[in-house]
Design a protein around this ligand. Structure first.
Ligand SMILES: [Zn+2]
Length: 629
């Protein structure tokens, strides 16, 4: 079968060098749901994506991997390999080999040490291309992929890669009177001062008292690094706006040997009391294939890594959200932070292009995913907590996140010029839910899972569980795992018992069944499930539920937010889970809609467009209809 496939690919005519793009850029919008983007495109709200589609192809959709999660689908995109081959079966994965680790041991699925398949940055470097991964889920740490290059006798400098996610210095936070002690400077100076740190770097923010006898005393806040002779930042309060003029300049911060940049934004200052709402933007360091000097130069040109405005928003630190009676102020503050994020992304891309002149570039934004997780519980019309009035008020802010990302896409297209091909991809869709389904509680009630006195999974008595690295599947505690108790010959009957219990599980509040479908990897081929890091029984659940591996004494638990949660992970062919694939530029068929693709088809198609061999472990196919002949 595999040989046949390779023969048929070999018959596809190749583009000549003159017809190929001089460079390919792969951009990922995390959580870019096809159903959302289709609608926005139709309404003319994504002009730069429309421009890209015109000079190329738009796939009806792109089917994610299963579970449809960030690490899983991104690695399927970059390696062209499905999860049973890549080993990336979740945002967490088991530690292999099985004989040396129990089913309870896990590590991040983003960690390159977990990856069993070759990513496209290695494929392209092996083919003599210069690759720049400005951001690519699964590219950190660099050592495992540099080892792949070394084994292929490829100079390591063909791949320049960066990642900031693993190098947090500080998360976003808001300085206000609720959490930080604000005190008068001294008995004679009535300025209000707050001391705080970003990583190891100490700051003070001073609300300057212009006139203690006046009614309106405070009109500005001065921020300085403690003990540094450098210009201070002077901020006057201003509400969220459609430019970036409210932001301070960048301040260099440190944590251990990590160096990053933070920014300040004064959204409000009470003129009578000096009470302030001062946002301190997250700071991350940058690491990857390069020296700390190059990392610092890149990060400085970039401006700063991603902030996470949805965290402060959900904690109420940006003001009352619309769903708690707010008037949209908090949402506008979120959008302004996404605007800054996209501005930094523009700078990073332009700098990377100029400095490294790469043949293949990857870049990424998490903001559309954050927005979906935060708001989709109420926006999705099928969500049990959908509220049409509230949804109509929140939708413009959700769409603005995509519109800003579209603006970033357009800036990159302009910077790169007509000779560059762009692929816009996403990793999964988004749907709204109201309740969690506690898979392990069902297994416990069926006597298949046993807990220790302190409530943990007892591996000496547990036959099957949803492990810490999985929630859309369960795994039998078989003897091929360290500490396993189920003989391999009995796995089938244990899994069938688990299947029966799960299919019969009902929500005590409604009496309705929760699990709608199950798949066993050996019965369902072509789904890309199972493998050494995969599960023994995969499941999907009814609309409104999300499976959880947490240990609970209840079969269901409420969602974490009062408006429900936006989630993904479900069976990849569900409409709401579908992702996107757009490809445009030289060598690509023009202005054409093509049928749906799978995430594993993207890397092979891009490699064919570049005229290089396909990724070594890919089981995807070249989408011939996307190419110019
Ligand atoms: Zn997500």
């Amino acid at each position: 079968m595999r040989r046949l496939l390779l023969c048929s690919l070999a018959l596809l005519p190749l583009l000549s060098a003159a017809e190929r793009p001089r460079r390919v850029v792969i951009v990922s919008w995390d959580g870019g749901a096809d159903w959302v983007i289709d609608r926005m495109l139709g309404e003319g709200k994504l002009p730069n994506l429309a421009r890209l589609a015109k000079r190329g192809v738009a796939a009806e959709h792109s089917s994610p991997a299963f579970p449809s999660k960030t690490a899983v689908s991104h690695y399927a995109i970059f390696s062209g390999a499905s999860t049973e081959i890549s080993g990336v079966t979740g945002n967490s994965v088991p530690i292999l080999p099985r004989r040396d680790h129990t089913i309870l041991e896990s590590r991040s699925g983003f960690d390159a040490n977990s990856h069993l398949a070759e990513p496209i940055w290695v494929t392209a470097a092996k083919a003599g291309k210069r690759v720049l991964t400005l951001s690519a889920a699964g590219s950190y740490p660099a050592q495992p992929d540099q080892e792949r290059l070394r084994r292929a006798r490829v100079p390591l400098d063909r791949w320049v890669g960066f990642s900031g996610f693993e190098s947090s210095i500080s998360g976003d936070f808001v300085l206000d009177g609720r959490k930080f002690r604000i005190r008068p400077m001294s008995e004679t100076v009535t300025d209000h001062i707050v001391d705080f740190s970003v990583g190891d770097t100490k700051f003070e923010a001073v609300a300057v008292d212009a006139d203690p006898t006046a009614n309106e005393r405070f009109e500005k806040v001065v921020i300085r690094r403690v003990g540094e002779a450098e210009p201070e930042a002077v901020l006057t309060p201003s509400e969220a706006r459609s430019d970036l003029k409210g932001w301070s300049r960048g301040f260099r911060v440190q944590k251990g040997d990590l160096v990053g940049w933070t920014y300040f934004r004064l959204f409000s200052l009470d003129p009578k009391t000096g009470e302030m709402r001062l946002l301190v933007r997250a700071a991350n360091g940058m690491r990857g294939t390069e020296s700390s000097k190059v990392n610092a130069e890149y990060l400085q040109a970039y401006g700063g890594f991603h902030g996470n405005p949805f965290g402060t928003y959900e904690r109420g630190e940006l003001g009352e959200p619309l769903y708690r009676g707010g008037d949209g102020t908090a949402e506008r503050r979120v959008v302004e932070q996404v605007r800054l994020d996209c501005e930094f992304l523009k700078r990073s891309f332009r700098y990377g292009l100029k400095r490294w002149n790469p043949d293949l570039v990857t870049h990424y934004t998490p903001q559309s995913d954050g927005a979906g997780h935060t708001w989709m519980g109420v926006l999705d019309t099928e969500s049990p907590l959908h509220d049409p009035v509230l949804a109509a008020r929140i939708l413009p802010y959700y769409e603005e996140v995509f519109r800003l990302q579209d603006d970033w896409l357009g800036d990159m297209m302009d910077a790169a010029g007509a000779g560059t091909a762009f692929a816009l991809v996403s990793d999964h869709g988004m749907a709204g839910i109201a309740k969690y389904f506690n898979v392990n509680q069902v297994l416990e009630r069926a006597g298949l899972l046993v807990r220790t006195a302190d409530g943990k999974i007892d591996l000496t008595r547990t036959k099957v569980c949803a492990p810490p690295w999985g929630d859309f599947f369960v795994i039998a505690n078989t003897t091929d795992w360290k500490g396993g108790i189920v003989p391999l010959a009995e796995r089938d009957s244990v899994i069938r018992s688990a299947q029966k219990a799960l299919l019969e599980a009902v929500d005590p509040a409604t009496g309705g069944r929760i699990v709608t479908r199950v798949w066993r990897p050996e019965e369902f081929v072509g789904l890309g499930i199972g493998g050494p890091a995969g599960g023994d029984l995969y499941l999907d659940v009814a609309t409104g539920y999300y499976p959880s591996n947490r240990l609970s004494s209840d079969v269901t638990s409420p969602g974490s937010a009062i408006i429900g949660n936006g989630v993904h992970g479900f069976y990849p062919q569900l409409r709401k889970m579908q992702a996107i694939f757009y490809l445009g530029g030289p060598g690509v068929a023009q202005n054409k809609r093509i049928p749906g693709v799978r995430v594993i088809d993207i890397a092979p198609t891009i490699c064919r467009l570049m005229g290089i061999p396909l990724p070594a472990d890919s089981n995807g196919i070249v989408v011939g209809q996307a190419l110019d002949r």
